[in-house]
Design a protein around this ligand. Structure first.
Ligand SMILES: Cc1ncc(COP(=O)(O)O)c(C=O)c1O
Length: 415
């Protein structure tokens, strides 16, 4: 595709052939099982070796050096490509290195279209690349389908970057509609599927050319790996991405790949529990007097609800909400929580709460935060798989702390 198209030096990281007859749960539970010829290990072994012996002079085996290719990383890549319906995957050292890798497909003068409420790290990377004139950038509200489609037809971008649901406001982009317009305009369509995971959304089936993941999140699912992945629909694109991954040295470590494949095997059961809990928590927030707005695509009032219901399986487990409280009361709520840990990241089995304005999206300027709708009273929940009643009691404890503080202030005021 790009004029700089390099000659591939290495094999693409995975050359899996999708097994159409099996469903996602079976594919990931069984991927690579019983393939160890050395000792008959049921689960494919972890190959940590950085280098691999040549068969003889001038004749290397399938692998020569782990930056370029590694059997454990290939297992993970193959499993992920299978569930995302891609021709293969490149496993990277983080979600951001996956994002960076995809931007290598752009050249100076190419236009990237993205939504301004994308993940703060993507916002920072795209903006910095534009300052270096690596490519041009146009922010668009991609969740507004008609307006965006018109702009895409007029601007003829090289790439359209979709994040749906978006971070942190859970806006929904109609992937099929935007992808069709973008493809007709000659653009590559990339979907960051981190928030849904392949258990909840398969963007290639909706028209995407490339899927990006921070595998740090739902795919690994246990908050003990930082990793990323790029899945390509087209083998030629996969080859080009694999070349760049090796060239830039941003491939993921074998150990992280081993862990993340283990996580992927249980994704669908975790996902079911995550999203059931999220539905109950969104209902609680909706009725709380201390909540102004709830952003959760599972609520019928959410503007993207119908699109989400059509293109997703379930509504995920990320919820954002605005406290009906002063900025000073936000820490009172957060400090009273015992189960929701105040921390960046998402998608682990444990519940987390984040304050996007000062944490995940702190790299955005005030103006950009305002444009994206990120206020100082906005909180984001990553709902875990703990017992839902414990999670509800924890949030109620946070609201009670605000009320107690208000009552205390009133008493002090009277005295
Ligand atoms: C939607 C999205 N994309 C990409 C990333 C970057 O991933 P990582 O932190 O693994 O580099 C994140 C991280 O939070 C994210 O939420």
């Amino acid at each position: 595709m790009s004029k700089l198209k390099p000659k591939p030096k290495t094999q693409p990281q995975s050359d899996h052939k999708p097994e159409k007859k099996h469903r996602q749960e079976t594919l990931v539970a069984r991927y690579g099982v019983n393939t160890d010829d050395s000792h008959g290990a049921v689960i494919p072994p972890l190959h940590l070796s950085s280098t691999f012996a040549f068969k003889k002079f001038g004749q290397k085996g399938r692998y020569d050096y782990t930056r370029s290719g590694n059997p454990t990383r290939d297992q993970f890549a193959g499993a992920l490509a299978a569930v995302e319906n891609g021709s293969g995957a490149v496993i990277t050292s983080s979600g951001m290195s996956a994002v960076h890798l995809v931007t290598q497909l752009l050249q100076p003068g190419d236009l990237l279209i993205a939504a301004h409420d994308c993940y703060g790290g993507c916002h920072r990377l795209f903006s910095a690349a534009v300052r270096k004139k690596s490519f041009d950038l146009q922010w668009l509200p991609l969740w507004e389908t008609q307006l965006s489609a018109e702009k895409i037809r007029a601007l003829k971008p090289r790439m359209v970057w979709i994040e749906t649901p978006s971070n942190p406001l859970l806006r929904i982009t109609d992937v099929q509609a935007i992808a069709q317009t973008a493809n007709e305009a000659g653009a590559l369509v990339v979907v960051d599927n981190t928030f849904m995971s392949p258990a909840g959304q398969q963007p290639i089936g909706l028209g995407a050319d490339i899927v990006v993941h921070s595998t740090t999140k739902y795919i690994n699912g246990h908050s003990d790996v930082v990793g990323g992945a790029v899945i390509a629909k087209d083998p030629a694109l996969l080859e080009e991405l694999s070349w760049w991954a090796n060239c830039l040295g941003l491939t993921g470590s074998p150990f992280d790949s081993f862990q993340a494949l283990r996580g992927l095997r249980t994704l669908s059961v975790r996902y079911q529990q995550h999203q059931q809990n999220a539905i109950a928590i969104a209902a609680l927030l909706k009725t709380s007097e201390l909540v102004d707005k709830v952003y959760f695509p599972g609520l019928t009032q959410h503007p993207g609800h119908e699109t989400a219901a059509r293109q997703q399986q379930g509504f995920g487990a990320m919820i954002s909400f605005e406290l009906a409280a002063s900025e000073e009361e936000v820490p009172v709520f957060l400090e009273a929580l015992q189960l929701f840990t105040l921390a960046e990241s998402l998608g682990g089995v444990e519940s987390l709460v984040a304050h996007p304005a000062s944490m995940t999206h702190a790299a955005m300027s005030q103006r950009d935060q305002d444009a994206a709708g990120i206020t100082a009273r906005l909180l984001r929940l990553s709902v875990g798989i703990e017992h839902v009643e414990d999670l509800i009691a924890d949030l109620e404890g946070g609201f009670a702390a605000i009320i107690r503080q208000r009552q205390g202030a009133q008493v002090r005021g009277v005295a």
